[in-house]
Design a protein around this ligand. Structure first.
Ligand code: AHM
Ligand code: MG
Length: 338
């Protein structure tokens, strides 16, 4: 029987190799890095899928640098990524939401030219109730790629525009990895029976507009009046039926942004009286998510400038985040600039 013509079956490893072939100067180091990173992701996905069955749920006794309780799964994800990535010789330093200081590469291992930043488990408040979680990541080249010493804080404090690759993993009804190297957004879906991520969407482009918004509206009375007016506006019915917008909010930024990436609309975490700089972290959350959304044709801003143009001044810096379809973000900006 003749094999019918159908889409190519491409694993994430094969895809990374093919992308490397587009760059004659590539040495393969980055390919190794991603290989190790996706191995860590497979371990985290396995643990999440068994979470209700093991003794892994619940709080540890530790608080993280932001004063939040660290849950056991956060700790597991953080450690597994570090342990999978510390010895491959391609990183010079790591930084992550759960670690107060830079995460150094142990002395006994060689140092390379890349920097890894990550949020090991996004959506911590949803861990114990079986609701979608995520991992967010970004890779930079260190400022002087010829060095083979430890990376420094300056290597981590680079604007998002300098990311060489970024993305997120969403542990939802299936596990998907959304990934870009600045040449479009590709989506890989995990097949747990063979332990492989398979390419399921290539060069994803997001809708230009949708009437959906995502924000923690419980903070309404702590918001700036311009932002309140925007929220009032999108909830007010219009003759053309474009409004009111529908509200969708998971409380896991990865899940909310993933929905916006596919359906369009806008996700927002503004500054408020309790979070004067917003809640989300620029380096571990806002930058990688913004890189993906921009690559898919969307926009991301802190209300003044593009998220990717912010020059970080500290590794745990927070930022207001407004991210989504181009027309939705522009509509919001008209209110913020009024
Ligand atoms: P986390 O990284 O500790 O999970 O915190 C970030 C999360 C985001 O995923 C989510 O958008 C936001 O915090 C939800 O915050 P709130 O509960 O204030 O709505
Ligand atoms: Mg997070």
């Amino acid at each position: 029987m003749a094999v019918q013509s159908s889409p190519k079956l491409i694993t994430i490893d094969r895809h990374i190799n093919e992308e490397q072939d587009l760059h004659p100067e590539a040495t393969g180091e980055f390919t190794f890095l991603l290989h190790d990173f996706t191995f860590a992701i497979r371990l985290i996905e396995r643990e999440i899928r068994r979470a209700g069955l093991t003794d892994i749920l619940g709080l540890t006794e530790n608080m993280n640098v932001h004063g939040e309780a660290v849950r056991k799964l956060d700790q597991f994800a953080y450690e597994v990524i570090y342990r999978a990535m510390d010895h491959n010789g391609n990183l010079c330093v790591m930084a992550c939401e759960e670690s107060k200081d830079l995460m150094k590469i142990p002395e006994r291992y060689p140092k390379g030219k890349y920097v890894l930043v990550f949020d090991p488990l996004d959506g911590s408040s949803n861990i114990d109730v079986n609701i979608t979680l995520g991992t967010i990541f970004g890779f930079y080249k260190r400022l002087d790629p010829t060095l083979r010493t430890d990376g420094t804080e300056e290597d981590v404090l680079q604007p998002g525009r300098k990311l060489v690759a970024a993305g997120y993993v969403l542990y939802g009804s299936s596990t998907v990895m959304v990934y870009t190297t600045g040449h479009g957004v590709n989506v890989f879906t995990y097949d747990p029976t063979v332990g492989e991520f398979l390419l399921t969407k290539r060069h994803l482009k997001m809708p230009k507009w949708n009437n959906q918004y995502s924000v923690n509206e419980g903070h309404y009375y702590k918001w700036d009046s311009k932002f309140q007016k925007y929220i009032d506006f999108i909830k007010t019915p219009s003759p053309d039926k474009k409004r009111p917008y529908s509200l969708r909010y998971v409380g896991t930024a990865v899940a909310d942004v993933h929905r916006v990436l596919h359906y369009g609309g806008i996700f927002m975490y503004p500054a408020d009286k309790s979070h004067p700089n917003g809640k989300l972290r620029l380096i571990y959350e806002a930058n990688p998510l913004s890189f993906v959304i921009e690559q898919a044709g969307g926009k991301a801003t802190n209300g003044e400038i593009d998220i990717l143009d912010i020059v970080p001044t500290s590794i745990h810096q927070r930022t207001p985040l407004f991210i989504g379809s181009e027309d939705n973000v522009n509509e919001l900006m008209e209110f913020l600039n009024s």
